[in-house]
Design a protein around this ligand. Sequence first.
Ligand SMILES: Nc1nc2c(ncn2[C@@H]2O[C@H](COP(=O)(O)OP(=O)(O)O)[C@@H](O)[C@H]2O)c(=O)[nH]1
Ligand SMILES: [Mg+2]
Ligand SMILES: [Zn+2]
Length: 312
Amino acid sequence: MKKGIVVESTGSWYIVEESDGSRTNCKLKGSFKTKGIKNTNPIAVGDNVAFEMVEEVGLIKQIFERRNYIIRKSTKLSKKHHIIASNIDQAVIIASLFEPRTTTGFIDRFLITAEAYSVPAIIVFNKIDLYSDELLEELDRLTEIYAQAGYESIHVSAKEGLNLNMLISALKGKNSLFSGHSGVGKSALINAIDPSKNLKIGEVSDYHSKGKHTTTNASMHKLQFGGHIIDTPGIKEFGLIDFHLAELSHFFPEMRNYLGQCKFNNCKHEKEQGCKVIEAVEQGHISEERYYSYLKILNDEALLEYENQFRE
Ligand SMILES: Nc1nc2c(ncn2[C@@H]2O[C@H](COP(=O)(O)OP(=O)(O)O)[C@@H](O)[C@H]2O)c(=O)[nH]1
Ligand SMILES: [Mg+2]
Ligand SMILES: [Zn+2]
């Protein structure tokens, strides 16, 4: 039997890539279930599989255990889930402070989602060639804030080729989920670090985002220097995760040390007396920016929950 990794899926066909880079069209033999969840797709991009050739077609006979996976709710059948991708080593958000500007709220939500899936995350700020002195100062401040929270930031310019070696070493040999608003330079960066890619630049995402219903199929691109980039069309799906609001603080790594030490065990760290998180903010161990972001997300999500009561 041959072994490989699923790099694309249409639902009935799968493209499986072997370690030498060769690709085979495969179909699924038999039925597979995922422990613990009801999912609509038995095989996802990122799955390690074993397959057998029958004439020109590969038949997938085995799926090896997933280290992790990210899912979204299947829209129509809300009890079921769609696995977007599996075996992800890290989540990479491509951000920019200029044209277009990525908000810290957006970055923080991305980081929360990565935490919720226990996937390490890094932040890449692109287009630094365009930043004014003021924006460069802001970049340093944000980098410090995120470093305090435990996240690495890399500053790059796809256009000028700045610091690309740092990005390459962060990606080398890993399966990295790429995410970020349209226009921040995802395609330009991939081309800059791996010229064999030749992706189109300046295109609004892909045809996926234009309302066709192939919407959320991820795909994997092998990197020349080792590793893969997992591309999810549109970023929305990486952000749709169910968690209980009471857990939100667990997804802020810098808050974890203080949880469980607050005076009230149902403390939401909003304005309660004897809150150790608030104390840590006052003492500068947790940045005010991240704490305000926490409060904003807490309130936004609470409002959503409230509104949803009237929907169903
Ligand atoms: N000045 C500058 N422009 C960039 C940089 N990276 C990308 N761009 C431009 O930003 C636009 C969007 O880039 P693209 O890679 O298509 O973004 P994507 O939607 O995230 O894939 C294009 O016009 C690129 O030429 C950069 O580092 N500096
Ligand atoms: Mg693009
Ligand atoms: Zn508290």
